[in-house]
Design a protein around this ligand. Sequence first.
Ligand SMILES: Cc1cc2nc3c(=O)[nH]c(=O)nc-3n(C[C@H](O)[C@H](O)[C@H](O)COP(=O)(O)OP(=O)(O)OC[C@H]3O[C@@H](n4cnc5c(N)ncnc54)[C@H](O)[C@@H]3O)c2cc1C
Length: 133
Amino acid sequence: MTDCDREVDVVVLGSGGAGLTAALTAAVNGASVEIYEKAATVGGTTAVSGGIVWIPAHNRSPDGELTEADALKYLEAQSLGAMDRELVETFVRTGPQMLDFVEAHSELRFEIAEGFPDYKPELPGGRPTRGHH
Ligand SMILES: Cc1cc2nc3c(=O)[nH]c(=O)nc-3n(C[C@H](O)[C@H](O)[C@H](O)COP(=O)(O)OP(=O)(O)OC[C@H]3O[C@@H](n4cnc5c(N)ncnc54)[C@H](O)[C@@H]3O)c2cc1C
């Protein structure tokens, strides 16, 4: 890119899930955004991943609402007490808002990953069949 005279509010480097979500958020909030990708293809690791998103406390499960308390219990057990509680609480609380936001402002749609267990379903708050993904 040789044209360095243009001005935009936000420049995003990388077109993976993180970059595209950041770009979407900035654009929806009124910023002008440009995304630059160094690879020949769009999508980064995200494009070749399993595409499964672990959002632990949402209300889309056919089994009923998944609670923040269970999600925190599960993550606490996984971390052996070493987690940054404030950061993890923010992730647990805002994950469902992220799903709603992305769906409201893009063509992406999330579905429950039927039959997909948590990686350690035997831990407190873990689920053996479905729900968190
Ligand atoms: C086979 C596989 C399966 C996976 N499955 C899952 C799954 O099911 N669920 C899950 O949660 N995670 C999964 N992961 C992990 C997940 O894919 C990554 O953690 C996630 O995609 C990272 O997203 P990202 O946006 O941070 O990075 P990326 O998707 O890698 O995007 C980064 C982009 O930035 C570009 N870039 C880097 N530097 C620059 C620069 N200076 N200028 C411009 N562009 C730049 C790169 O080329 C790339 O396109 C999987 C990973 C693999 C390899």
